[in-house]
Design a protein around this ligand. Structure first.
Ligand SMILES: [Zn+2]
Length: 320
């Protein structure tokens, strides 16, 4: 804890003058240039966790907009949330933080919908940046919450302000969720978390159907795949996830973080030319999956060669 506090203090001091630079550095490494925003994040909205302190744009709003068909973007600059509208009410994927729910509400209302019309709440994976807001979101909407079985133990420990994590339905790999004529399929894609979930659905626009893939968490450049005491099966889990990702038909490529699929770049293209939908990007998806394959191979080779790591002084860290 002391070590973390020290690291945080150093990072925080640096960030006072390098806030924007820090946010961009964190976003680099996977899937294109970092998002650029005009709004400056303040120290008050930063996360104290030293590993996520640079993620200062997690709590900065992004314009709500239509992606394709009945699918809309309602997340922040870096934390992706998706609204799927149907005649029987709406589905939301990823509540994110409690303090970002007002930004989401604003986005949903800017599109002419109501947060309160959400009937089902789903998620990418059991990390605090994507699911801390679940209990508050359920209080506001009464939505049914449905999460992957292997993430349930982690979710039971996620209790902001002492609120129990709401879990109305436990999903298994391949389970479907249907509302008002739209069906989503939950694919278990472990590694980032044990129950990391990739969602697929079909949307209709202009007389044709499109396959949408919303990836759960990705493989960080510094993930531990070998000699991982917390998750000895990490390398095998990622092999399974890559196989699943490679098997999915894809027209529209999305994910739990904006840098996976270059949200800002696609949004700018959409604004510049609404007649060509940049979210239809099967090549971008193939590239992302190929990068994941390469990172897995590299990490396994490096970590096998280096041997078991020294015990960490500050206790286990956390992923994104
Ligand atoms: Zn995560």
């Amino acid at each position: 804890m002391t070590v973390f506090r020290f690291v945080f203090t150093v990072l925080f001091s640096l960030s006072a003058s390098l806030t924007t630079l820090g946010g961009q550095a964190a976003a680099q490494g996977r899937g294109g240039p970092p998002p650029v925003v005009s709004e400056q994040a303040t120290p008050e909205i930063m996360n104290e966790d030293p590993q996520t302190e640079q993620r200062s744009q997690d709590r900065v709003g992004f314009p709500g907009h239509k992606i394709i068909g009945n699918l809309y973007y309602v997340g922040t600059v870096t934390l992706c949330s998706y609204l799927i509208t149907t005649p029987a009410g709406n589905i939301l994927i990823n509540s994110n933080y409690e303090e970002t729910i007002p930004l989401m509400k604003k986005s949903i209302e800017s599109l002419g919908f109501k947060l309160e019309d959400t009937k089902i709440l789903l998620a990418s994976h059991a990390h605090t940046d994507h699911q801390t807001g679940d209990a508050m979101f359920k209080q506001m909407t009464g939505a049914q919450t449905m999460f992957m079985e292997q993430d349930v133990p982690a979710l039971r420990n996620m209790k902001p302000g002492g609120k129990e994590h709401p879990i109305d339905r436990v999903l298994k790999d391949g389970d479907t969720v249907t509302l008002g004529g739209t069906t989503l399929t939950a694919h278990l894609t472990p590694g980032h978390t044990l129950g990391n979930t990739t969602w697929t659905l079909k949307v209709a626009e202009g007389g044709r159907s499109y396959d949408v893939v919303i990836l759960g968490g990705g493989l960080p450049d510094d993930a531990r795949l070998v000699y991982n005491a917390n998750n000895p099966a990490a390398a095998e889990q990622w092999a399974s996830t890559i196989k699943t990702w490679q098997s999915l038909p894809v027209d529209v490529f999305l994910g739990s973080h904006s840098w996976f699929f270059n949200l800002t770049g696609k949004y700018k293209k959409l604004k510049a030319n609404p007649n060509v939908n940049p979210y239809i990007d099967p090549a971008g998806y193939k590239k992302y999956v190929a990068e994941t394959v390469a990172i897995r191979t590299k990490l396994i080779a490096e970590q096998t060669a280096a041997g078991p790591p020294a015990p960490r002084a500050g206790g286990p860290g956390r992923g994104n």
